[in-house]
Write a protein that binds this ligand. Structure first.
Ligand code: CTP
Ligand code: CA
Length: 226
């Protein structure tokens, strides 16, 4: 399945990429999710593989096909995503968290399809907070370069800066998702890259695969021994 990549700046490096919006089950036929298409994560996995990395792509359900030369792990909800990442984390050199993880999941997953009843015109689904995957992994960090994304509709820089610090990231990619031409589901993206103790770097608008190459480029320079 894996291509023997002979060249590239990420040869012998392990890179874990996540993609897509997690699906949090309500019942066997329903879930809570978000508008993430998975395109950015898949583009990053492809770009890292092009640099010769051993790439594992932990992906929730998308319409995309697995990039060539990448090991793909399919997951649904955030808890499953965390589980699949946790036992792979120690061997990784970089983790790039492009997935749009649902912040909450239903407290209970019904085993049977929930029926509507004649006497109830409203219904309530009680939600509980999902684990913060980046924060959880940060507590187990040894050598890993940690990259997160921030999807914001307002106060982009301030919110993104907070996440960089909060999640102890080496790099945060800030994305204004209030614009339809960039962000969720779009083919193009325009981001601001934040690093600890550095001026924000605003990149021009570009395709997600161009941006993926730019991000992988920066990850290469952050790896110890590079
Ligand atoms: N993330 C995560 N685990 C979660 C939620 C988010 O690892 N439970 C990651 C995302 O994959 C992303 C980064 O954290 O790389 C920021 O996600 P975002 O949704 O922008 O931030 P949150 O910390 O969830 O804060 P909020 O949604 O309230 O802005
Ligand atoms: Ca969130």
């Amino acid at each position: 399945q894996k291509w023997a990549q002979q060249t590239g700046r990420l040869r012998h490096r392990h890179v874990l990429v996540t993609a897509g919006g997690t699906r949090e089950r309500i019942d066997p036929v329903r879930f809570i999710s978000n508008d993430s298409s998975g395109k950015m994560g898949y583009a990053i996995a492809t770009a890292a593989a092009n640099e010769g990395a051993d790439v594992t792509l932990v992906s929730s359900t998308t319409t995309l096909s697995a990039p060539a030369g990448v090991e793909i792990v399919h997951v649904a909800g955030a808890k499953e995503m965390l589980n699949q990442m946790q036992h792979r984390f120690a061997q990784q050199d970089a983790v790039i968290m492009a997935a749009a993880v649902a912040d909450f999941r239903p407290v209970e997953e019904a085993t049977q399809k929930i029926k509507k009843t004649a006497d109830n015109d409203t219904m309530t689904i009680k939600l509980t907070k999902n684990p913060d995957i980046l924060k959880t992994l940060a507590t187990q960090k040894t050598k890993q370069v940690m990259v997160g994304f921030a999807a914001e509709t307002e106060h982009l820089l301030a919110n993104a800066q907070q996440k960089l610090t909060d999640k102890k990231l080496d790099m945060l990619v800030a994305n204004d998702v209030s614009r339809k031409d960039i962000g969720f589901n779009a083919d193009n993206n325009q981001v601001i890259i934040l690093r600890p103790n550095q001026e924000p770097e605003k990149l021009p608008i570009m395709t997600k695969s161009e941006l993926a190459a730019e991000l992988v480029d920066r990850v290469v320079t952050l790896l110890p021994g590079k």
